[in-house]
Design a protein around this ligand. Structure first.
Ligand SMILES: Nc1ncnc2c1ncn2[C@@H]1O[C@H](COP(=O)(O)OP(=O)(O)OP(=O)(O)O)[C@@H](O)[C@H]1O
Ligand SMILES: [Mg+2]
Length: 346
């Protein structure tokens, strides 16, 4: 069992908080992504989970064991956790096979056991034919697979990954994402994957913790984060769209209405009459001559099969719409707003 319980966790560097009072739980076997802008505390949280740093306050519990408190810490090698980093950290003087088998040699397994488990890890990461190469003779993606195989061979309860694909090109990233999700399915290990690439987080994670300034802003499934953001930061960080203030709110019998950009529209929300903002995503804006708003096309981007229109409404708000038909820059159009998500920004 490797569920991870984090309670009131804080980390301060030279008087500046990098993590502030984080309380959360990662379930056994979940694929979690930590997503957020540079400097928000992702690596710091991962390093505390790994045991490379000690928390300033709070506790981390992995399975049934307290592994870190502000006064006591289980060292990394006793946590049964694997790590994969952006820099592959392979041993340069060892072959691929030896890089993978080395953790087993340290554990003093028998030779046949080491050979069998190493072969299985190499096969699982598609490295069998590279087993005798040196790391310097591999591509970036192949090196990253060696790092993963080395992690797999130790049968860890949890695997921590810090932007493992950041050095790779787009095509390779996509195929490596599949390697990671296969690895997760195969091992059932709890995975905590740090990235600032939201497409990557959305593609792989069961749940995403969106972080900002040392806090988890929202921790939910990719779909919930996109469709029901809790606040402005999450609404703007995840997916495309524009956050717009609400003027007045009316609670009808089954439907909440809000006044947005001069129009009265139906909205969805958990905050009911408390709502202060709506998130207008492209799918909430339909182009129609009789629309709620008038807007002018400022920029057109081809997305493959459709176009993203960046428009500016008559009151100066930037709004994004998607269409199959091509519009020219400067074209005037009408936009109808269809039931956007509203939230309360306190
Ligand atoms: N050893 C350290 N000493 C002092 N400050 C640190 C140290 N490590 C991290 N910080 C600070 O803590 C904050 C969080 O850093 P962290 O590395 O966790 O960010 P991150 O979310 O991983 O960012 P990135 O996406 O750029 O990797 C930053 O403001 C950083 O400058
Ligand atoms: Mg980092």
């Amino acid at each position: 069992m490797a569920d991870i319980n984090i309670t009131s966790l804080g980390k301060v560097f030279a008087g500046t908080p990098a993590l502030q009072d984080i309380t959360t739980r990662f379930e056994d076997g979940e694929f979690i992504a930590l997503l957020g802008p540079s400097g928000c505390g992702k690596t710091t949280l991962l390093r505390l989970l790994a045991g490379f740093d000690m928390p300033s306050s709070g506790t981390i519990r992995i399975g049934a064991r307290d592994v870190a408190t502000a006064t006591n810490m289980v060292p990394p090698e006793e946590r049964n956790i694997g790590f994969v980093f952006q820099s592959y950290a392979l041993w340069p003087h060892m072959s691929v096979r030896r890089n993978v088998s080395y953790p087993l040699e340290i554990r003093k397994l028998t030779k046949p056991e080491i050979a069998a488990q190493t072969d299985a890890a190499l096969a699982a990461t598609g490295l069998t034919e590279y087993a005798d190469r040196m790391p310097s003779d591999l591509s970036g993606g192949q090196r990253q697979r060696v790092a993963l195989a080395r992690c797999l061979v130790s049968a860890p309860d949890a695997v921590l990954l810090d932007e493992p694909l950041a050095n790779l090109d787009v095509a390779l990233r996509a195929s490596m994402q599949a390697v990671f999700t296969d690895f997760h399915k195969r091992t059932g290990a709890t995975m905590v994957y740090v990235t600032h690439d939201q497409a990557e987080a959305m593609a792989m994670a069961d749940r995403i913790a969106v972080m900002n300034q040392g806090l988890i802003q929202q921790f939910d499934t990719p779909q919930t984060l996109y469709e029901r953001p809790k606040n402005r930061f999450v609404a703007e960080f995840v997916g495309r769209g524009t956050v717009v203030p609400v003027k007045a709110v009316e609670q009808g019998e089954n439907q909440l209405h809000a006044h947005v950009l001069g129009a009265r529209i139906a909205v969805e929300s958990e905050a009911q009459s408390q709502v202060s903002h709506v998130c207008l995503r492209p799918e909430n804006l339909a182009i129609s001559e009789t629309g709620d708003l008038r807007a002018k096309v400022a920029r057109v981007t081809y997305l493959g099969g459709k176009y993203l229109l960046e428009t500016v409404s008559s009151c100066g708000t930037r709004l994004l719409a998607e269409t199959r038909a091509k519009f020219d820059v400067g074209a005037q159009l009408g936009l109808t707003i269809t039931t956007p998500w509203a939230f309360s920004e306190d």
